[in-house]
Design a protein around this ligand. Structure first.
Ligand SMILES: [Zn+2]
Length: 123
């Protein structure tokens, strides 16, 4: 299977330190895409970064990854993507995610589209 790789942080937060990029393992990749699905339903900055990360890990790749049954193949697929530990931790922060999901101000409204556009121009 051809894997398109991109050596940039998959979930980059503006303002985070430029640490060394690490490549995903199948475990961290799986965790990222699982949590990303939940963050993308929220209108906060982690949600923005997660929506933006579709440019790097599209839903198509996400689906490809989920369909691989061979552990070794899964691993090498995940290895083709990179992250900063600091950025990854923000997405992997499950307690913050749960808190945000309970907070009605994080619900997505129509105006959110504008926020997303602004974000895209800045990056
Ligand atoms: Zn980053």
């Amino acid at each position: 299977m051809a894997t398109i790789t991109s050596k940039e942080c998959a979930v980059h937060f503006v303002g985070s330190k430029y640490e060394q990029l690490k490549s995903f393992s199948s475990k961290t990749f799986e965790k990222l895409i699982t949590l990303r699905k939940r963050w993308t339903n929220l209108s906060n900055n982690v949600g923005d970064v997660c929506r933006n990360s579709h440019k790097i890990i599209s839903e198509n790749y996400e689906n490809q990854f989920t369909q691989i049954s061979n552990e070794g193949e899964k691993e090498s697929f995940a290895n083709g993507y990179y992250f900063h530990l600091e950025c990854y931790r923000k997405v992997a922060n499950v307690s913050k995610l749960e808190k945000s999901e309970w907070n009605p101000k994080n619900e997505i409204h129509d105006q959110h589209h504008c926020i997303r556009e602004r974000y895209r121009k800045r990056s």
